[in-house]
Write a protein that binds this ligand. Sequence first.
Ligand code: FE
Length: 233
Amino acid sequence: MNTEAFFKLTYGLYVVSSGNSTKNSGYIANTAFQVTAEPPQIAIACNKDNYTSELINETKVFSISVLKEQTSSETIGLFGYKSGKEISKFDNIEFKYGNNGAPVYTGEAIAWFECNLVKQFDVGTHILFIGEITESVLTDEVGKPLTYDYYRNVKKGKAPKNAPTYIAPAEEVDNNKNSDLGPKYQCMVCDHIYDPTEGDPDGGIAPGTPFEDIPDDWICPVCGAQKSDFEKM
Ligand code: FE
C-alpha cells in the first residue's frame, strides 16, 4: 500500500458539534459529505473516542460549520487537538444554538448546517452518522472554504490521531540533524516541528531564528499550543 495515494483524496475541514445548552462539544472533521439532495442528507465519520460521538448518540442532533481558508491555529487547536472530555470548548468562542438545540460554531465559519440524526453505521474505529439537514446558513458568499490539502501543504497541518485519515508517521530519519542555528523543536500537542532554518514567517518569526530567540507569546502555527509545549528534538 502506498499511503501517499490517500493524500490524493480531497476533503474540506469542518467543525462538527453536538449536545445542548448543558453539555456540548465539537471536533474538527474532514469527512463530511452530502449523500442525497432529496431529502438533503449529510454524512460524517466520527471517532468513537470523541466526546461528540457520545453526544450525537444521546441528543440525535449535530451541526456542521464550514471553516474559512484563513482559520486560525487557535481554532484548529481547540477543536482538533483538545478533548471535550477535558475542557468545555464553547466557553470563549462565538457560537449559537441551532433550532434543533445543537451548538453551532460560527466564529470562523462561512456556512453551517443543522442536522437531525437519521441513521448510523458502526464502521470499526468510527461511526458513520447520517443527518437530515434541517437548516443551512451562508454567512460569507465570497469566502473560500479551508481544504484539507491547503491545511496540510500551506498551513503544514497534520491529521490528529482520531481522524479517519490519520496515517502513522514513518520512522523519522533526519529530524535530529540540527543546523548551526540550534536544534529543532517539536510541538507536544500536534507534532509540528519548528525548524530554525525555516522560522515561522506567518507568525512573525524570520527564517534563521533559533528557537530560544522566539518571543514567549509565540504559538504553534498548526494547533495554537504555547511555546512551552515544544520540546527539543
Ligand atoms: Fe502544535
